[in-house]
Design a binder for this molecule. Structure first.
Ligand code: PRP
Ligand code: MN
Ligand code: MG
Length: 179
């Protein structure tokens, strides 16, 4: 696995320091409220697990699975719901948690879909943001890191389901996906 990594972009120390900051900011912004975190499976789970523990207001967890990538390295633009939420979100403060925003198509779809369920509020929190690749505009409320357009893996991000368990964000060697 490590032999496929060209360079470490964000170390586990950098990630945890930034996530602590994000947790403090979110806790302050939601003081006196309860958050319903909506994790976008599967990439967001590692970030979500760490972020939830950096927040000191009540946090409930629910998940949606949508897929636009499959085993390809570029977004097809087709978003499918593979798993819906278990809970009703009406009147709740939703915080959508993503590992990365790339084209923005996944979140654009999710936002439209969740808004129609009448939550009290919706905000977006992403660990990584690649604005260069954006196809639709998305308003991001909490952004961990803005990164250049490299193919990154680790800390939840995969290529063909591999590398999610790396504890850092690394740039994948082209030969690892161009074969
Ligand atoms: C990746 C990533 C985001 C989305 C971002 O998920 O985790 O959810 O793509 O891309 P976009 O902004 O272009 O829509 P993917 O579809 O690969 O599924 P996964 O989370 O299970 O890896
Ligand atoms: Mn994802
Ligand atoms: Mg993926």
């Amino acid at each position: 696995m490590l032999e496929d990594i060209q360079e470490i972009l964000l170390s586990s120390e950098q990630l945890s320091a930034r996530i602590r900051e994000m947790g403090r900011q979110i806790s302050a912004d939601y003081a006196g409220k309860e958050i319903l975190m909506i994790g976008v499976l599967r990439g967001a789970v590692i970030f979500m697990a760490d972020l939830a523990r950096a927040i000191d207001v009540p946090v409930a967890l629910d998940f949606m699975a949508v897929s636009s990538y499959g085993a390809s390295t570029t977004s097809s633009g087709v978003v499918r719901i593979l798993k819906d939420l278990d809970e009703d979100v009406e009147g709740k403060h939703l915080l959508i948690v993503e590992d990365i925003i790339d084209s923005g198509l996944t979140l654009n779809y999710l936002l439209d879909n969740l808004r129609s369920r009448k939550p009290a509020s919706i905000k977006i929190c992403t660990l990584l943001n690649k604005p260069e690749r954006r196809k639709v505009d998305v308003q991001v409320d909490y952004n961990g890191f803005t990164i250049p357009d490299h193919f990154v893996v680790g800390y939840g991000l995969d290529y063909a389901e591999k590398y999610r368990n790396l504890p850092f964000i690394g740039i994948l060697k082209p030969e690892a996906y161009k074969s």
